[in-house]
Design a binder for this molecule. Structure first.
Ligand code: HEC
Length: 154
């Protein structure tokens, strides 16, 4: 029993370290919001893979992904406080524009929620064509916030 649990603990530690590195060593509030963003990224990949034909089309999974996005869209206001740790924390890719134009930033978070509500509605009808359209709109909202409020990728 001992050896096995030690091995599991070790592999969990490695996985956690890898995740921390992927976030540029972020901790605290920065890591928290990055984790939320990553969860949304995973949720969208799950839907994107269906349209790429990598996985079977599953409206229930689309609905679950929409729920995950809604959950994180609702947290957005709390996860970008105007504090030093939030603005300048290690590894952050957040731009100062967030705090200069907080209204715009939060409007995009609201928009994200609205797009997820629409995606969920069409997923419950199960119409693949409409799901594709709403999914594209949702993805566009992610991208437009990143364009304005996240450091460009090097
Ligand atoms: C209201 C603005 C906004 C919206 C909407 C938004 N993001 Fe982000 N996202 C950000 C900001 C700002 C960062 C950088 C955060 C940081 O580094 O502190 C970020 C970072 C990320 C990251 C990188 C996380 C990491 O570990 O470095 C991913 C992945 C991501 N977002 C995915 C998404 C997806 C998917 C959506 C749509 C479902 C989305 N985001 C919607 C603002 C937004």
């Amino acid at each position: 029993m001992k050896i096995k649990s030690v091995m599991i603990a070790a592999s969990v530690a490695v996985a956690t370290a890898a995740a921390a590195l992927a976030h540029g060593g972020a901790t605290g509030i920065v890591k928290q919001r990055m984790d939320g963003m990553m969860a949304m990224g995973k949720a969208l990949t799950a839907v994107g893979d269906m349209f790429k034909g990598k996985t079977t089309f599953d409206p229930q999974q689309v609905s679950n992904s929409a729920d995950i996005v809604r959950q994180h869209a609702a947290e957005m206001g709390k996860l970008f406080p105007d504090t030093k740790a939030s603005r300048k924390g290690k590894g952050t890719e957040a731009l100062p524009a967030i705090w200069q134009k907080m209204d715009e930033f939060l409007a995009l978070a609201d928009d994200l929620d609205a797009r997820a509500v629409d995606l969920k509605a069409v997923s419950q009808i199960g119409d693949k064509r409409k799901i594709r359209i709403e999914f594209a709109k949702l993805s566009k909202t992610c991208a437009s916030c990143h364009t304005d409020f996240r450091k460009p990728k090097k």
